[in-house]
Design a protein around this ligand. Structure first.
Ligand SMILES: [Ca+2]
Ligand SMILES: [Ca+2]
Ligand SMILES: [Ca+2]
Length: 190
C-alpha cells in the first residue's frame, strides 16, 4: 500500500494531474505532435531575441527524446514530470545536457557564456556582473582540474555545493513557474 504515495516521490505525475495535462495538450495541439512554434506558444514564450530563441530551441531538442522534431504526448509528460516533480539531481542532469550545446560531454567556456547570456535575455533581470565575468567565476569555482571544460562530475558536484550557482544555473529560466501558472489556469477552467 505504501506504493500508492510513491508517484510524487519518484517524479511521476498523478493520474488526475496527467489527465488535466492531456486535455490541455490535446486542446492546444490536436495533431498530438507539438512543433517548436507550438511549444513556444504553449509556454507563452513570445517575441524572443535570437539568442533566447536558440536557447529555447535547445531546450525543445532535449525534450524531443526521439529526435523527430516534434514533442509527442509521452515526451511532453516526461518534460512536465521533470519540471514539476524532478529532484535536484535529475534536473541538474537535464541542465547539463542542455548546456552542453554541441553534445561533446563537457561544457566549455563558450557554451556556458552563451547560456548565461540567453538566461539573462529571457529573464530580463539586470545583473551587476557581466556574463563574461560570471562565466569566469563559474570556471574558477568548479573547473577543478583547470582544463577549461566542465565535465559532468565537475558540474554535478560543483553546482550542488554552491547555493548561488545552483540558483542561477537552474532557476533563472525556471519553467516550473510557467508550468504552475498554466496548471492554475487548467484548474480554474474546470
Ligand atoms: Ca519526438
Ligand atoms: Ca560541449
Ligand atoms: Ca574540467
Amino acid at each position: 500500500l505504501s506504493d500508492s504515495q510513491s508517484g510524487s516521490e519518484t517524479g511521476e505525475l498523478q493520474a488526475a494531474e496527467s489527465h488535466q495535462w492531456y486535455r490541455k495538450f490535446m486542446t492546444e495541439c490536436p495533431s498530438g505532435l507539438l512543433t517548436f512554434y507550438e511549444f513556444k506558444q504553449f509556454f507563452g514564450l513570445r517575441n524572443l531575441s535570437d539568442v533566447s530563441n536558440n536557447y529555447v530551441k535547445t531546450m525543445f531538442t532535449t525534450f524531443d527524446l526521439n529526435d523527430d522534431g516534434f514533442i509527442d504526448f509521452m515526451e511532453y509528460v516526461a518534460a512536465l514530470s521533470l519540471v514539476l516533480k524532478g529532484g535536484v539531481q535529475k534536473k541538474l542532469r537535464w541542465y547539463f545536457k542542455l548546456y552542453d550545446i554541441d553534445g561533446s560531454g563537457c561544457i566549455d567556456r563558450d557554451e556556458l557564456l552563451l547560456i548565461i547570456k540567453s538566461i539573462r535575455a529571457i529573464s530580463g533581470i539586470p545583473n551587476e556582473m557581466s556574463a563574461e565575468d560570471f562565466t569566469n567565476m563559474v570556471f574558477d569555482k568548479i573547473d577543478i582540474n583547470g582544463d577549461g571544460e566542465l565535465s559532468y562530475e565537475e558540474f554535478m558536484e560543483g553546482v550542488q555545493q554552491d547555493e548561488m550557482l545552483l540558483r542561477t544555473l537552474t532557476e533563472s529560466l525556471d519553467l516550473s513557474h510557467i508550468v504552475q501558472k498554466i496548471q492554475g489556469e487548467i484548474r480554474g477552467n474546470k
